[in-house]
Write a protein of this length. Sequence first.
Lengths: 415, 81
Amino acid sequence: MAYSDKIRGIYTGTLNEIKEKGIFKQERPIHSAQAADIMVEFPMGSDLKKVINMCANNYLGLSSHPDVIKAAHEGLDSRGYGMSSVRFICGTQDIHKELEAKVTKFLGTEDTILFPSCMDANAGVFEAILTGEDVMISDRLVHASIIDGMRLCAALHDTFKHSDMAHLEEKLQLHADKRLKVVITDGVFSMDGDTAKLDEMVALCEKYDAMLFVDESHSSGFIGKTGRGTHEKCGVVGKIDIITTTFGKALGGASGGCVSGRKELVEMCRQKARPYLFSNTIAPVVVSGVNVVLDILSKSTERRDKLEKNTEFWRKGLTEAGFVLKEGDTPIVPVMLFNAKLSQDFSKALYEEGVYAIGFFFPVVPQGQARIRTQVSAGHEIHHLEKALEAFKKVGKKFDILGKTKQEIIAKYGN
Amino acid sequence: MAEMKDIVLQYVINEYLEDEDEVLSYDSPLISGGIVDSFSMVSLKRFLENKYKISIPDDKATPEAFDTVNKICTLVNEYLK
């Protein structure tokens, strides 16, 4: 046995440090399907409590939709449970090809390749399409999975200040001599809920002969008039060279992701992307579910329209109550608390009041930017949001932050 | 040298500081102080190479050599000769 007391001591010491800082993360088992109302066991071993879920990525309320569940059952019956293979050996079924074609049509791109997750898509895409002669220029707030993907790629990496187009242009000029340039951004930023200026970015990429990459994980299905994503909202459908997105959020919420875009880039992923080549195909049950999700969203905008109305109600309610919010119009509504421990204490107090929302702090968000990230869903009814709002007001009053500015909250709790 | 120090300092302030109230000096620790991360060092190196028409070998562009404006200017001057 090589796991000595000394080794164990090092890890328990590190874990204790995390606990002492008040930022130790704990799982909260849910004993029901994903929905607006969930049954939660927290802390572990305690009685189940019915709470309103304000932190799921279930933006369209499709995670437990009866048509999606039915399709998953049918897929399970007709195509089996697992494929026991990666895609290119014997893991590609007709339904995988059907889903790739549907995603291509839905996003308005040239071709699509499925990955086990969007994390895997982001981890694999850059290494597959770029070399050491190229440069990646990314927004400083892109998702962690993109950062990991860039680390795995030999191309030079540089950054531009969040959504700062003048700074991006400087970087495009600085790296003008590179063989290939890729500008990299999230469509909707997962922690702040703001939207990338894709129209301006497309113009800059055209001017400097650069490709544009957008991660649409927090946009696909509900941003834009018909829910196609940020590129639809910004009027640049067909002009994004690489889109990555997930089926693990609005699009059914199970798992899986993809790279969708220019056909040569997608083909490069099929030949070279390591998470595609060395990880299992998406299970037939999931593929069958997502196929029906895209059918539902292609027929009607009812769910994204309801989400938009719910989001307006929620933002207005929190603003009028006197919370400091991050500006935006997406269903990601961050309630800013700035202090890491306050975000944890606030989350616990909300839970006591029957609302499930998690505190985020460094390193998930920048130091001094701790918050409760709330996420609205089309699965919420107004009565859910009214009840959640009352809980937020009560807890906000308890911690004396209602009507307080950023500076006043920091003066009281630190950052 | 004085002019170079000001040019580099201004670049670092414009490029990396998010908080406008933060004050930087020629000896402020940039890398070890968490102001410039290892990814962002790339753009600083490219800026210096373009601005001063030099080429800094990768093995000389270490976090230590890039840790303050003064150290950066010393490094640049070695390659200006």
